[in-house]
Write a new protein. Structure first.
Length: 142
């Protein structure tokens, strides 16, 4: 299973292709785009330069995270645990791995996690709303 999930899917090749694309993208981000410029120019020039710098830093951060996830997947292939859900330890469906080669969870566990996260967000929103209404009511009585 580590090398081939089925006849058409080779995770090692897919991961290598992903890694190569990310490294090529990283090379497109030039070091000078990360340097703050103090050249003469108006505020819009400086704002544009700062925006370009922020985008470059964001991209390099995302590329780094993705490369680390790919490295982790390679380690799992070596250990024979690639394609095993980290939550329930069942096999992840080959179709899911084809579409999302870096996934760590089966569809059932991913769905449960997303439902839990959605519930937490709704509870937090209700708590914020309650705090806001309490503050408004308090201001009205003062």
């Amino acid at each position: 299973m580590a090398e081939m999930l089925n006849d058409n899917f080779n995770p090692r090749k897919v991961l290598l292709d992903m890694e190569n694309r990310l490294l090529a993208d990283a090379q497109k981000i030039t070091p000078h785009s990360l340097i703050v410029k103090n050249d003469v120019g108006d505020e819009s020039d400086h704002a544009g330069d700062e925006r370009s710098r922020e985008i470059s830093l964001l991209l390099t951060g995302r590329i780094k995270v993705s490369l680390m996830a790919i490295e982790e997947a390679f380690e799992k292939i070596e250990e024979g645990t690639y394609g095993i859900c980290e939550e329930c330890e069942n096999k992840i469906a080959p179709g899911r791995l084809r579409v999302m080669p870096l996934t760590k969870l089966c569809l059932t566990c991913q769905s449960r996690l997303e439902k839990e996260k959605s519930l937490e967000e709704r509870v937090e929103e209700r708590l914020r709303y309650k705090e806001l209404t309490t503050e408004l009511e308090k201001e009205e009585t003062d």
